[in-house]
Design a protein around this ligand. Structure first.
Ligand code: CTP
Length: 424
């Protein structure tokens, strides 16, 4: 594994430096330390490692190791006492990546009831590997000590990788944690693997029933990460084919998984806010996915999946905008603008990607920023008494700018003269 750990095509230089620092400290303190999970799987597949997926597992207290790490290398530690895990925020000088690193105490998990979070007790690496979802995710690489770089694979993850199989480690795995069904289907689509026969059989009505017990946040997360995949529609179709959507909420049966142009917006459109916790890609993914849902279905789903308010709003407005778009064809720029000012820019951008309606791109890149030169203070100086008509005049003035009836200060002054005269 050492060759792969040092391969800059698989692990960026700053992350290699981070691994070396942690390995050196683990050696010095004689704490058994391992890289575990998706990183090991991706390294064995010769795929570049996602920095954010790097998890370190310790036989011993991860929090204590974290404090030693801060002492030796700097940065900050956030400790989570309940599960004896910690997040190391690496020093800000930028020598190490990623910015945050999960430090985990090896643990055993007991599921008291399906779908609930497990009870956790500290344990050895073997217990920690056995509690995981699939053998391909239950391999470790030792970091530090004489055998640093050694691959530990007691559950034959390598065999499954070679056979291109996703296989659960025990028959109750999907009942313990139904999110594993989504995980399995993502790996199938991402790596072109197949579900092992018994695993396939275990995605049955009993396992699907477990989805009803999952919290909205946990369910939503499974879709959030699916939108980050290279080809979300393939995985979403699998979710549908395995009856997962129905089991979550019947409204999802109307979801569209075919169309998902998840491009990064060009700076041409300017900045716009993305609902908290979600990336742009995830937010757009949700909007495209749910754009055909009517108001009540979309509200029901937003509730079930614990959408942030801004996401629920963006989805709802995108539906309305897409539906009503044909009736705006003859709108002037000011009519478009006054209508679109009420909409979340994210919804407008999503509907633009679907429709390529030029007015939507004009609005995002230009019209929404158009303002008259004159302000309320200027109206006062012209002797107008403050009141609701102030706003009305400024709105009409903005409209003539938008419709290019007024294009410079002189014309604006003339327009104001006549508008104010007409008021007298
Ligand atoms: N894991 C698990 N059961 C789950 C979630 C996670 O056993 N329901 C374990 C797996 O060993 C997994 C590790 O926790 O490898 C880390 O989880 P996560 O970061 O979600 O996944 P990755 O393996 O990094 O995979 P991906 O590339 O899909 O992010």
């Amino acid at each position: 594994m050492l060759r792969r750990l040092r391969d800059p095509r698989l692990i960026p230089f700053k992350t290699q430096t981070l691994l070396l620092r942690i390995a050196a400290l683990a050696s010095e303190l004689r704490v058994p330390c391992y890289l575990v999970g998706g990183v090991v799987r991706d390294l064995l597949l010769d795929r570049p490692v996602h920095e954010s997926d790097i998890d370190f597992v310790f036989e011993g207290d991860a929090i204590e190791f974290g404090y030693q790490l801060v002492k030796a290398c700097g940065g900050k530690l956030t400790a989570h006492q309940k599960f004896r895990t910690a997040v190391w925020h690496t020093p800000e000088n930028g020598d190490l990546a990623p910015d945050t690193v999960d430090l985990i105490t090896a643990r055993r998990e007991v599921y008291k009831c399906p779908g609930a979070l497990p009870t956790v007790t500290p344990a050895m690496l073997m217990d920690d590997l056995r509690r995981r979802d699939f053998p391909v995710n239950a391999m470790a690489i030792r970091l530090g000590g004489d055998d640093s770089g050694e691959l530990i694979d007691p559950l034959d993850g390598q065999g499954d990788l070679a056979r291109k199989l996703i296989r659960v480690l025990h028959p109750a795995s999907f009942l313990d944690d139904p999110t594993r069904i989504f995980r399995a289907l993502r790996y199938v689509a991402r790596y072109g693997f197949t579900l092992e026969a018994e695993t396939l059989r275990l995605i049955n009505a009993e396992a699907r029933a477990g989805l009803a017990q999952l919290s909205g946040e946990r369910l939503r997360h499974e879709f959030d990460v699916t939108f980050e995949e290279t080809n979300p529609p393939v995985t979403l179709q699998q979710f549908a084919d395995f009856g997962l959507l129905e089991a979550i909420h019947p409204a999802l049966l109307t979801a569209q998984c075919g169309f998902m142009p998840l491009e990064t917006p060009s700076t041409h459109f300017g900045e716009f806010a993305v609902p908290e916790i979600l990336s742009m890609r995830q937010s757009l993914g949700w909007i495209f996915y749910l754009i055909e849902l009517n108001k009540s279905d979309s509200a029901a789903l937003a509730k079930r999946l614990a959408f942030p308010v801004a996401l629920a709003e963006a989805v709802r407005f995108a539906f309305i905008l897409k539906r009503d778009l044909p009736s705006f064809k003859d709108y002037s720029p000011s009519q478009w603008t006054f209508y679109l000012d009420e909409a979340p820019p994210l919804s407008i951008y999503a509907v633009y990607l679907i429709s390529r309606e030029n007015a939507l791109s004009e609005y995002l890149s230009k019209w929404r920023h158009v303002k008259p030169i004159a302000t309320g203070a200027d109206l006062k100086m012209r002797g107008l008494r403050p009141g609701p008509h102030f706003g009305e005049i400024l709105r009409r003035l903005r409209a003539v700018w938008l419709d290019e009836i007024v294009v410079n200060q002189e014309q604006e002054d003339r327009w104001l003269d006549s508008a104010l005269n007409a008021q007298k």
